[in-house]
Write a protein that binds this ligand. Structure first.
Ligand code: BGC
Length: 383
């Protein structure tokens, strides 16, 4: 198996022309997948970087530490291909980093109030790592572990499957959870993420993807000029610890209303209690329910200068829009660029924050014999 995999990689890499950095019309690379060593963990295990390239010349680089998208090269309206996600040049950046750049986050994306929840009459206490709350899976979440990677061959598109087995009790969660995350780069310039999770005891599971997008092509620019549309009428207001009040509120007439495409910077400094608490946008939108559990459009992010358009599709009930409010220049990213305030934004498809403590929200309980599934697609085009 290992041997055939290596041969496959070697064969594919023969076709890779590296054309992404140049005008894509000049060359037509074959879809390909290459694998290189990205670094070594302190315990000696090697971390690999997989480079997926499609025929249109788009490229996504994924490392198996944190199942992380490290870079994502897509064209602007003139065919210029540039990286649109924040990340680090080396493994140490990911080991030390606290911003979850590009990672798969879990077991629970976003916060659980006081890190506590009840399931089948039993109370579970999770690691507290954000004030008095639990955030993004705890101190060592899915973003800080090494995943097993397998190149998937039975598809026309470059496709990488990552798997992590989270032991019973990890960060306080019950049950051994096995999560498979499959990244596919399609010819429609989509990064498709399919999740599949199982457990051996009743538990909760709500993973998400945490890329910070900046469609301008330069990470020194802020994201305030990007236009955002969210397919939602309502959002979940939060308390001072960013835990949802047990409320679903209409966004209409508030700075949370993104029903029509609106510049992120247009209202971010408005006098508004929710914006003050979030230090900007850091909220969950209740995606239109009509097609719940089916993949439907969740959001559009458009950057007028480059013409890049990101359309997000998902089968999840919620979308967390985080406007990079905690970026403050301390994270030194790719090419030595210090990521300043609001130079990247996240669109995280998931169930609502603190769902296990809010019985009226769509639930995330997973029991033995059930399969957790999620599909989220980040599609890139131009206008
Ligand atoms: C959360 C933010 C948090 C950030 C961490 C986002 O998903 O909503 O509150 O600070 O992740 O980088």
């Amino acid at each position: 198996m290992m041997r055939s995999c290596i041969i496959y990689l070697a064969t594919l890499s023969l076709f890779y022309t590296g054309a992404c950095q140049t005008n894509r019309k000049a060359q037509t690379p074959m879809p390909s997948m290459t694998k290189t060593v990205f670094g070594k963990l302190p315990d000696g295990r090697e971390v690999y970087q997989y480079t997926l390239t499609n025929q249109a010349g788009c490229k996504v680089q994924i490392i198996n530490y944190g199942a992380t998208v490290r870079s994502l090269y897509v064209p602007d309206r003139n065919g210029k291909i540039e990286d649109v996600v924040l990340g680090y040049d080396n493994l140490q950046g990911y080991i030390d980093g606290t911003a979850y750049f590009g990672a798969i986050v879990g077991r629970y994306g976003n916060r659980i109030g006081k890190g506590r929840f009840q399931l089948d009459g039993k109370t579970y206490q999770l690691t507290i790592n954000d004030g008095e709350n639990h955030l993004h899976g705890g101190k060592v979440g899915f973003n800080k572990v090494l995943w097993d990677a397998t190149v998937i061959r039975d598809t026309d598109n470059p496709c990488l499957r990552l798997q992590y087995v989270s032991p019973d009790g990890e960060e306080g969660y019950p049950g051994t959870v096995t999560l498979k995350v499959t990244y596919t780069l399609t010819e429609k310039n989509e990064v498709r993420i399919d999740y599949e999770g199982t457990t051996d005891k009743p538990t909760i599971l709500n993973p998400t993807h945490h890329s910070y997008f900046n469609l301008t092509g330069a990470f020194t620019n802020t994201i305030l000029g990007h236009l955002l549309l969210i397919e939602a009428n309502d959002f979940t207001p939060v308390d001072e610890g960013l835990i949802p009040l047990d409320l679903i509120m209409s966004a209409e007439g508030t700075p949370m209303d993104f029903h029509n495409a609106t510049a992120i910077g247009a209202r971010i400094s408005n006098q508004d209690e929710q914006l003050a608490i979030g230090k900007g946008y850091d909220h969950n939108w209740v995606l239109t329910r009509k097609f719940e559990n089916r993949i439907r459009k969740a959001a559009e992010l458009y950057e007028p200068a480059s013409g890049r358009l990101l359309t997000v599709f998902t089968d999840q009930p919620g979308l967390q829009f985080y406007s990079g409010n905690f970026l403050d220049g301390t994270a030194k990213g790719k090419n030595g660029i210090a990521y300043q305030h609001r130079t990247g934004l996240c669109l995280e498809a998931q169930a609502f924050p603190d769902t296990p403590n809010k019985p009226r929200f769509p639930q995330v309980t997973l029991r033995p014999g059930q399969i957790y599934r999620q599909t989220t697609i980040y599609q890139f085009s131009t206008r």
